[in-house]
Ligand binder design. Structure first.
Ligand code: CA2
Length: 148
């Protein structure tokens, strides 16, 4: 089974340290543990990364695409601004699920637009760390079907 790359964008390294009312009290390390536990036994390897740099995220998307891996992507604020990430997902031909901890549609207007959603297979938001697990659950059967 192909691997799943869980990629996290800017400021997500601050999770659990501030704004618990919006993002909860779990750290990104906690989220990683939860993802690894959920994937255990599925035969899927997990690559879990975070970067505050757009270009680094672009390179990681290329890497995932070249490896035939699926992507669970919380692009953070780049979701709403980045043509580069959108082009990377489309260009890499990677199967990508967009996830968010918060319900972006219940927040400021500028968070209602996603530049990456049109090139993703789906979008999950508003379930805290569970959004990542739902993203994983959505990708696993699609990746398994691709293999056979
Ligand atoms: O809800 C999400 O997962 C977001 O992707 C989080 C981004 C935000 O820009 C998106 O609109 C929605 C922000 C991540 C910043 O996380 C922080 C965590 C703790 C303290 C400060 C920032």
């Amino acid at each position: 089974m192909a691997a799943i790359h869980v990629l996290n964008g800017p400021n997500l390294n601050l999770l659990g340290t501030r704004e618990p009312g919006i993002y909860g009290s779990l750290t990104l390390g906690d989220v990683e543990r939860m993802v690894r536990e959920r994937a255990a036994g599925s035969g899927t390897g997990i690559v879990f990364r975070q970067s505050n740099h757009e270009g680094e995220l672009v390179s990681w998307i290329h890497e995932a695409g070249a490896a035939g891996a699926g992507i669970v992507l919380n692009a953070g604020a780049y979701t709403h601004t980045s043509v580069a990430l959108r082009d990377a997902i489309a260009g890499a031909g990677a199967l990508c699920v967009e996830v968010h901890l918060s319900n972006v549609h219940a927040r400021e207007h500028f968070r209602h637009t996603s530049l990456i959603a049109p090139v993703c297979v789906g979008v999950i938001c508003g379930f805290g760390a569970q959004s990542y697990l739902l993203g994983l659950d959505a990708l696993l059967p699609i990746l398994a079907a691709r293999k056979t």
